[in-house]
Write a new protein. Structure first.
Length: 147
């Protein structure tokens, strides 16, 4: 189990143990999103407070990174600076679209981890009994299945 702590003003709990399956495991939801012009399977972690993107996608998506002083620590590893922050990156989830800041880190199991800040921005409600999430933003109202 990979767990990371972000050392700055927030502590972040990340749990990345799905083995590529779409659906729900605990508070983790797996959905298809579009980042810039690429479709990506993202893990939505209702317990994480920051949104992460793997360093493998930075060049592929043409992201510009800014410098930072944020440090993350994997369990049983030394604390390290994140690789950068990509500000105002276009993300679409079904009909919803907007811009969001992404912290760039090395991820083994997932390309993107959507966190509580993203879920709040898109006004997402987990409706596990329907096996869907509900996007309730003023821009659009839609159900998105876990696939």
């Amino acid at each position: 189990m990979d767990k990371f702590n972000i050392v700055d003003t927030n502590l972040v709990y990340l749990d990345a143990l799905c083995h590529g399956k779409l659906g729900v495991m605990g508070t983790l939801v797996y959905v298809k999103i579009r980042v810039k012009d690429r479709e990506i399977i993202a893990m939505s972690d209702f317990g994480a407070t920051n949104t992460f993107i793997t360093d493998r996608l930075v060049t592929l998506l043409g992201l510009r990174l800014s410098n930072n002083n944020i440090i993350i620590k994997a369990m049983k590893e030394k604390a390290q600076h994140i690789l950068g922050i990509a500000f105002s990156v276009f993300i679409a989830l079904e009909k919803w679209q907007g811009k969001h800041d992404l912290l760039v880190v090395t991820l083994d199991d997932f390309d993107i981890i959507l966190s509580l800040d993203f879920l709040k921005k898109a006004k997402i409600v987990l409706m596990s009994y329907l096996e869907r999430i509900l996007v309730t933003s003023e821009i659009c109202l839609s159900f998105v299945s876990y696939h």
